[in-house]
Design a protein around this ligand. Structure first.
Ligand SMILES: NC(=O)c1ccc[n+]([C@@H]2O[C@H](COP(=O)([O-])OP(=O)(O)OC[C@H]3O[C@@H](n4cnc5c(N)ncnc54)[C@H](O)[C@@H]3O)[C@@H](O)[C@H]2O)c1
Length: 303
């Protein structure tokens, strides 16, 4: 199972590599990046972890390595700067991604594409138009939204996050739609009070702003690296439970040809099916408004 990580010498990519090494799946992992010294640095380090996990090989490579990859994970991006919205990276990252996806199209690559680079929804919408790849093969990483919702609810209810399950759909960003009707603790439905909702909303609405404001020059490398590896595992082995992903919608939630987040069943070919969540009228309006914004952002890309 060949997994190529493009942008793999960055914070997210190297963390995905590390977490894949900790699984028992015999991956052949290739790190591709435009910083050769950082590829070598990570490979020299990670290859000494090989004997402790299930991965078969890890090495550095170049873009041509992606052409026979089963899964390509792209986290290549321009450096993080202070911002209040992931959208400021749209045009610079689209330009960079054009140089990554065009050779894959030209080379007739057939694998599953996971995009982690932000802003993930408009970029994936644009990549879908540019490549013509079927939606099954085009997945955006958005698990963090669910994980933050779980943490926010856990803090609001003063319970352990492991006991919380919940669903969040919509944009990976300000247009996220948390479904409070989906909240369960230890499997039992729980209705949050208005104050408890405010605590959870404050957590999910402001996590990104608070983290970027630290000016630490790093993104959520630990959680996203673990989550990215879990997404690869869900594809390779098939997900028994729905896995959240940004996916090109084909009528689900009343939206078509826009990538936005929903729980999905994943498998070796990528998307098996979208698990459409029931929405209230207000949630449906929020979802639709986010889809309009994602479309406008994708339309604005002129590469
Ligand atoms: N979807 C999510 O939930 C999520 C979570 C965290 C971060 N991200 C996004 O992931 C991206 C990467 O974050 P990071 O923390 O790893 O950043 P980083 O700056 O540490 O890594 C980016 C890497 O991309 C490389 N790169 C740039 N252009 C390239 C090209 N043309 N080909 C190959 N490699 C190239 C850089 O050399 C660098 O190593 C950002 O866009 C970030 O916003 C998404």
């Amino acid at each position: 199972m060949k997994v190529v990580l493009i942008g793999g010498a960055g914070g997210i990519g190297s963390s995905v590599a590390f977490n894949l090494l900790r699984t028992q799946t015999p991956y052949d992992i290739v790190i591709v990046d435009n910083r050769d010294n950082m590829i070598t640095s990570h490979v020299m380090d990670l290859q000494d972890a090989l004997s402790l996990g299930g991965a078969h090989t890890i090495r550095g490579g170049d873009a041509s390595d992606a052409l026979d990859a089963d899964v390509v994970v792209v986290s290549a991006g321009v450096p993080l700067i202070l911002n209040t919205s992931r959208d400021i990276f749209l045009h610079a990252n689209a330009e960079l991604l054009a140089g990554i996806v065009d050779p894959l199209v030209a080379g007739g690559w057939k694998g599953v594409f996971i995009l982690m680079t932000n802003p993930v929804d408009p970029l994936l919408t644009w990549i879908s138009r540019r490549t013509g790849w079927s939606r099954d093969r085009l997945l955006g990483y958005t698990l963090n939204d669910t994980q933050r919702f779980r943490t926010g609810i856990a803090q609001a209810l003063d319970v352990a996050p492991q006991t919380v399950s919940c669903v969040i759909v919509g944009e990976h960003g300000a247009g996220q739609v948390p479904l409070f009707g989906s909240v369960r603790v230890n499997g039992s439905p729980v209705t949050l009070t208005a104050d408890q909702r405010d605590v959870a909303l404050d957590y999910i609405d402001n996590w990104y702003l608070r983290h970027v404001a630290l000016d630490s020059n790093r993104t959520s490398t630990w959680s996203s690296g673990l989550g990215g590896s879990l997404m690869v595992e869900a594809i390779v082995h098939g997900s028994e439970t729905p896995f959240p992903a940004s996916i090109i919608l084909k009528g689900e939630y009343g939206v078509t040809d826009v990538s936005s987040s929903s729980p999905c069943i994943l498998g070796p070919s990528g998307l098996v099916r979208v698990v459409e969540e029931p929405l209230t009228d207000a949630e449906r309006e929020q979802f639709a408004a986010a889809a309009v914004k994602i479309t406008q952002l994708a339309d604005s890309i002129a590469v």
